[in-house]
Design a protein around this ligand. Structure first.
Ligand SMILES: Nc1ncnc2c1ncn2[C@@H]1O[C@H](COP(=O)(O)OP(=O)(O)OP(=O)(O)O)[C@@H](O)[C@H]1O
Ligand SMILES: [Mg+2]
Length: 200
């Protein structure tokens, strides 16, 4: 078993070309709460991955889930994190990939799936296809507010991770996101949320 990444809450291993996401004990949490959280996030992540896949969104296929061990065995996406890729791309490629990303998020929101941690560290490009990972904080919701918040989180993370290209990425992402049924409403809601954030 090969450790390939240590996330904030999980160790990620590669074994037999499968990715194992193992949510590990956090000693700063009370034991019972810790066990419950790791179990529910594992369950939630597996469920949302399956729902997203059914909706035609590019996510790793779930092979197996072990609630006792808090492990998900899933398809290994053999690509590059979008976060690491962006600095090496020219503007045309950034535009193209960001638009694909927007189309993917539109599909996600049309299916009432909220990711809740949309960052370029949770996206992998493999064979020119954008894959979304890390659904442990995700949810199902029809509310425009929840979908708008999903995008506000993305916008903030773009500003933090890709300061000099965040405008280009955001603009191109929105082009692809026009596939979302309530596009105009969500743009208005994002503006309201941002205004609210500035004055509180
Ligand atoms: N299915 C996969 N295929 C390939 N790599 C993956 C896969 N799932 C996760 N990874 C790698 O492991 C890293 C961490 O995974 P993930 O984001 O799911 O865990 P996490 O603990 O929630 O991490 P963080 O707190 O850093 O967001 C990813 O950034 C990615 O590099
Ligand atoms: Mg992550």
């Amino acid at each position: 078993m090969n450790l390939i990444a240590k996330g904030a809450e999980a160790n990620l291993y590669l074994e037999d070309n499968k990715l194992i996401k193992h949510r590990i004990k956090k000693d700063y949490r009370i034991k019972e709460l810790d066990t419950r959280l790791r179990k529910s996030r594992t369950q939630r992540e597996a469920k949302l991955l399956k729902n997203a896949r059914r909706a035609g969104i590019s996510v790793p296929r779930v092979c197996r889930i072990d609630l006792k061990e808090k492990k998900i065995v899933m398809e290994f996406i053999d690509g590059k994190l979008i976060k690491d890729l962006i600095p090496s791309l020219n503007d045309d490629d950034v535009r193209r990939i960001a638009e694909k990303l927007g189309k993917m998020i539109a599909k996600l929101h049309n299916s009432n799936i909220i990711h809740n941690d949309l960052t370029t560290s949770n996206m992998i490009l493999e064979n020119d296809e954008v894959f979304l990972i890390d659904f442990g904080l995700g949810a199902t919701s029809t509310r425009i507010e929840d979908k708008a918040m999903d995008l506000v989180v993305l916008k903030k993370s773009l500003n933090a991770a890709h300061a000099n290209k965040s405008g280009l990425i955001w603009g191109s992402m929105l082009k692809g996101y026009k596939d979302f049924r309530e596009y105009d409403e969500i743009l208005k809601r994002i503006a309201i949320i941002e205004k609210r954030a500035r004055y509180t």
